[in-house]
Design a protein around this ligand. Structure first.
Ligand code: 4NP
Length: 155
Protein backbone atom coordinates (compact mmCIF):
# COMPACT_ATOMS: atom_id res chain seq x y z
CA UNK A 1 0.00 0.00 0.00
CA UNK A 2 1.28 3.46 -0.85
CA UNK A 3 1.91 5.51 2.24
CA UNK A 4 3.76 8.55 0.90
CA UNK A 5 2.74 10.63 -2.09
CA UNK A 6 5.55 12.96 -3.16
CA UNK A 7 5.56 15.59 -5.91
CA UNK A 8 8.98 16.96 -6.93
CA UNK A 9 8.81 20.43 -8.46
CA UNK A 10 11.18 22.60 -10.52
CA UNK A 11 10.63 25.34 -13.10
CA UNK A 12 10.35 23.54 -16.45
CA UNK A 13 9.78 19.90 -15.36
CA UNK A 14 12.31 18.77 -17.95
CA UNK A 15 15.58 18.70 -15.96
CA UNK A 16 15.71 18.68 -12.16
CA UNK A 17 12.31 17.37 -11.03
CA UNK A 18 12.19 14.53 -13.61
CA UNK A 19 15.64 13.49 -12.37
CA UNK A 20 14.38 13.68 -8.76
CA UNK A 21 11.32 11.57 -9.69
CA UNK A 22 13.51 8.95 -11.37
CA UNK A 23 16.29 8.91 -8.77
CA UNK A 24 14.03 8.82 -5.72
CA UNK A 25 11.90 6.04 -7.25
CA UNK A 26 15.10 4.13 -8.05
CA UNK A 27 16.69 4.40 -4.60
CA UNK A 28 13.38 3.55 -2.90
CA UNK A 29 12.96 0.45 -5.08
CA UNK A 30 16.58 -0.58 -4.52
CA UNK A 31 16.01 -0.37 -0.77
CA UNK A 32 12.88 -2.53 -1.04
CA UNK A 33 10.50 0.36 -0.32
CA UNK A 34 9.19 1.04 -3.82
CA UNK A 35 5.63 0.06 -2.97
CA UNK A 36 5.43 2.65 -0.21
CA UNK A 37 5.64 5.63 -2.54
CA UNK A 38 3.72 7.38 -5.29
CA UNK A 39 6.21 9.71 -6.97
CA UNK A 40 5.49 12.34 -9.61
CA UNK A 41 7.07 15.58 -10.80
CA UNK A 42 5.78 18.87 -12.20
CA UNK A 43 6.94 22.36 -13.15
CA UNK A 44 5.77 25.78 -12.05
CA UNK A 45 6.16 26.95 -15.68
CA UNK A 46 4.09 25.91 -18.70
CA UNK A 47 6.66 26.04 -21.55
CA UNK A 48 7.37 22.32 -21.78
CA UNK A 49 3.99 20.71 -21.04
CA UNK A 50 3.79 17.31 -22.75
CA UNK A 51 7.52 17.17 -23.55
CA UNK A 52 9.90 14.42 -22.48
CA UNK A 53 12.78 15.38 -20.17
CA UNK A 54 15.80 17.19 -21.62
CA UNK A 55 17.97 14.66 -23.54
CA UNK A 56 20.93 15.58 -21.30
CA UNK A 57 18.89 14.60 -18.21
CA UNK A 58 17.79 11.33 -19.86
CA UNK A 59 21.41 10.54 -20.79
CA UNK A 60 22.88 11.40 -17.38
CA UNK A 61 20.25 9.37 -15.52
CA UNK A 62 20.66 6.53 -18.04
CA UNK A 63 24.36 6.30 -17.12
CA UNK A 64 23.11 5.43 -13.61
CA UNK A 65 20.62 2.87 -14.98
CA UNK A 66 17.66 5.17 -14.34
CA UNK A 67 15.16 5.52 -17.19
CA UNK A 68 13.44 8.92 -17.52
CA UNK A 69 12.34 8.50 -21.14
CA UNK A 70 8.70 7.68 -20.34
CA UNK A 71 8.16 10.91 -18.36
CA UNK A 72 6.20 13.86 -19.80
CA UNK A 73 6.26 17.38 -18.39
CA UNK A 74 3.22 18.82 -16.70
CA UNK A 75 2.49 21.98 -14.75
CA UNK A 76 1.70 22.09 -11.04
CA UNK A 77 -2.04 22.51 -10.48
CA UNK A 78 -4.04 23.44 -7.42
CA UNK A 79 -5.30 19.86 -6.86
CA UNK A 80 -1.73 18.71 -6.32
CA UNK A 81 -1.62 20.27 -2.86
CA UNK A 82 -4.51 18.03 -1.84
CA UNK A 83 -3.34 14.94 -3.71
CA UNK A 84 0.25 14.82 -2.40
CA UNK A 85 1.64 14.52 1.13
CA UNK A 86 4.87 16.33 0.28
CA UNK A 87 5.53 18.92 -2.43
CA UNK A 88 9.30 19.28 -2.71
CA UNK A 89 10.89 22.25 -4.48
CA UNK A 90 14.31 22.18 -6.14
CA UNK A 91 15.12 25.84 -5.45
CA UNK A 92 13.90 28.76 -3.41
CA UNK A 93 12.18 30.39 -6.38
CA UNK A 94 10.09 27.24 -6.96
CA UNK A 95 9.50 27.11 -3.20
CA UNK A 96 8.21 30.69 -3.08
CA UNK A 97 5.96 30.11 -6.12
CA UNK A 98 4.48 26.98 -4.53
CA UNK A 99 3.78 28.84 -1.31
CA UNK A 100 1.92 31.51 -3.31
CA UNK A 101 -0.18 28.85 -5.08
CA UNK A 102 -0.99 26.54 -2.16
CA UNK A 103 -4.18 26.70 -0.12
CA UNK A 104 -3.14 27.65 3.40
CA UNK A 105 -4.26 24.30 4.80
CA UNK A 106 -1.65 22.52 2.64
CA UNK A 107 1.24 24.99 2.85
CA UNK A 108 2.98 22.80 5.45
CA UNK A 109 3.55 20.15 2.76
CA UNK A 110 5.94 22.37 0.80
CA UNK A 111 9.63 21.76 1.41
CA UNK A 112 13.03 22.64 -0.06
CA UNK A 113 14.65 19.40 -1.25
CA UNK A 114 18.16 20.05 0.07
CA UNK A 115 16.84 20.79 3.54
CA UNK A 116 16.83 16.97 3.82
CA UNK A 117 20.56 16.83 3.18
CA UNK A 118 22.71 17.36 6.27
CA UNK A 119 25.06 20.33 5.78
CA UNK A 120 23.11 21.52 2.74
CA UNK A 121 20.19 23.07 4.59
CA UNK A 122 18.93 26.13 2.74
CA UNK A 123 20.87 25.25 -0.41
CA UNK A 124 19.30 24.78 -3.82
CA UNK A 125 19.53 22.28 -6.63
CA UNK A 126 21.01 24.51 -9.37
CA UNK A 127 19.26 24.76 -12.73
CA UNK A 128 21.45 22.88 -15.25
CA UNK A 129 19.39 23.90 -18.30
CA UNK A 130 21.71 26.62 -19.63
CA UNK A 131 24.97 24.82 -18.76
CA UNK A 132 26.90 21.81 -20.02
CA UNK A 133 26.68 18.07 -19.46
CA UNK A 134 28.81 18.21 -16.29
CA UNK A 135 26.10 20.32 -14.64
CA UNK A 136 23.70 17.42 -15.01
CA UNK A 137 26.14 15.07 -13.25
CA UNK A 138 26.55 17.50 -10.32
CA UNK A 139 22.78 17.94 -10.05
CA UNK A 140 22.29 14.17 -10.11
CA UNK A 141 24.84 13.76 -7.29
CA UNK A 142 22.91 16.28 -5.17
CA UNK A 143 19.55 14.72 -6.02
CA UNK A 144 20.83 11.23 -5.23
CA UNK A 145 22.20 12.28 -1.83
CA UNK A 146 19.03 14.19 -0.93
CA UNK A 147 16.87 11.25 -2.10
CA UNK A 148 18.73 8.85 0.18
CA UNK A 149 18.34 11.25 3.11
CA UNK A 150 14.62 11.75 2.42
CA UNK A 151 14.08 8.00 2.06
CA UNK A 152 15.84 7.38 5.38
CA UNK A 153 13.58 9.93 7.03
CA UNK A 154 10.40 8.36 5.66
CA UNK A 155 11.13 4.67 6.19
P1 4NP B 1 14.19 22.63 -14.86
O1 4NP B 1 15.11 23.43 -15.90
O2 4NP B 1 13.42 23.66 -14.08
O3 4NP B 1 15.18 21.92 -14.00
O4 4NP B 1 13.31 21.72 -15.69
C1 4NP B 1 14.58 24.35 -16.81
C2 4NP B 1 14.14 23.92 -18.04
C3 4NP B 1 13.64 24.83 -18.94
C4 4NP B 1 13.58 26.16 -18.62
C5 4NP B 1 14.00 26.61 -17.38
C6 4NP B 1 14.50 25.69 -16.47
N1 4NP B 1 13.08 27.10 -19.56
O5 4NP B 1 13.10 28.31 -19.27
O6 4NP B 1 12.63 26.70 -20.64
Amino acid sequence: MATHRILFVCLGNICRSPMAEGVFSHVAAQAGHGEKFIIESAGTGAWHIGNPPDPRAVAAAGRRDIDLSHQRARQVHSDDFEAFDLVIAMDSSNHANLLRMAPEAHAHKIQLFLDHLPDASGREVPDPYYGGDEGFEEVLDLIEAASRALLARLT
